[in-house]
Design a protein. Structure first.
Length: 337
């Protein structure tokens, strides 16, 4: 009995020491609402999950290793709150899953499933922050949001300057290039001004066979006047098949505004234009208007409307056929914990 009590005391002391050195937090988002989607031919009304922000539960931890160095990890499970199923194709941690080291003076290096630098850049300049009906990735290419098998280095903040470099391994036997991707970004933020440039290069593959290459370079920024914030972005996209034939050649541009209203509200608006040079009548425009209202620091209501006008050969916005003009309206509630 005495040995058992002694062993329990030692275990408790060890657990207490570990808890003192390691900080682990649980966080998440529960987001759901009603969506009315018109694909240009038929209309569907449904309950959707993650309209403003993807519903998730996450685990984030740090351990102080001394000398300004810390071990870090993040595991995020995405789920569909409308029916309780797993998101991201049923993955257990389909959003982010990485482990790494962080230095206060240098930055952080992380290994695992992570956001692309160009995706993070677009989120930062989009007034809708890649959510609601006006989300910029309806037009801009974010290359799948997150990439597997990624090594990411993010710098510390040096007087407002930050940067990211990411490399994702294709992991195809006998080839270091098939399926691999490379991305980087550099940004500056101080006072009301924020500017960022980002680039992504993706080697496309199917069943372990190279199918081509896709690239995008983005320049974006915001300027906060207090009464309103202006948002702007431009992206140049190029791509080719495995045989070297150009199959992507387009420009995307975003102009937007966000403005506080009445203390707890915010109005969001944007116009996005795609100019496609691959063929005739492939251009498209998206216009969107939204409103969010804070009920507390963690809970808000939202509503938004977006419409895409496609030229006769364009199919953006989930159009049922080329040349049709889809629209979406949603209203819902988001709670962050």
């Amino acid at each position: 009995m005495k040995k058992s009590l002694l062993a329990f005391a030692v275990l408790a002391a060890f657990a207490g020491t570990t808890a003192a050195q390691t900080n682990v937090s649980i966080y998440g988002v529960a987001d759901a609402g009603i969506t009315r989607f018109d694909n240009g031919a038929t209309t569907t009304t449904r309950i959707d999950s993650g309209i403003q922000s993807g519903s998730r539960i996450g685990f984030r931890g740090t351990e102080d290793l001394g000398g300004g160095l810390s071990a870090i990890f993040t595991l995020e499970n995405g789920f569909n709150i409308d029916d309780g199923t797993l998101g991201q194709g049923g993955r257990l941690f389909g959003r982010q899953a990485f482990v790494g080291l962080s230095s206060n003076t240098v930055g952080a290096i992380k290994f695992g499933r992570q956001y692309n630098p160009i995706r993070s850049a677009i989120e930062g300049v989009d007034p809708f922050a890649l959510g609601l009906a006006g989300r910029a990735d309806n037009v801009f290419n974010v290359f799948g949001d997150r990439t597997d098998n990624t090594i990411n280095f993010t710098t510390a903040n040096f007087g407002g300057f930050t940067g990211q470099v990411a490399y994702s391994l294709g992991e195809v036997a006998g080839s270091n290039s098939i399926g691999r991707s490379f991305g980087l970004s550099a940004g500056y933020a101080a006072g009301p001004l924020s500017v960022i440039v980002a680039h992504h290069d993706q080697n496309l593959a199917a069943a372990g066979v190279a199918t081509g290459d896709s690239k995008a370079t983005l320049l974006g920024g915001t300027f906060d006047f207090g009464v309103a914030k202006l948002h702007a972005a431009y992206a140049r996209n190029k791509g080719q098949t495995a045989a070297g034939v150009t199959n992507i050649d387009r420009d995307d541009i975003l102009l937007g505004v966000s403005a506080p209203v009445g203390g707890n509200g915010r109005i969001l608006a944007s116009w996005i234009r795609r100019s496609d040079d691959i063929g005739a009548n492939r251009d498209a425009d998206q216009i969107a208007l939204g409103y969010t209202h804070d009920l507390s620091k963690r809970t808000n209501l939202y509503t938004s409307y977006g419409r895409t006008r496609n030229e006769s050969a364009a199919t953006l916005g989930g159009a049922s056929a080329a040349g049709r003009d889809p629209s979406v309206f949603n209203v819902g509630v988001r709670h962050r914990f």
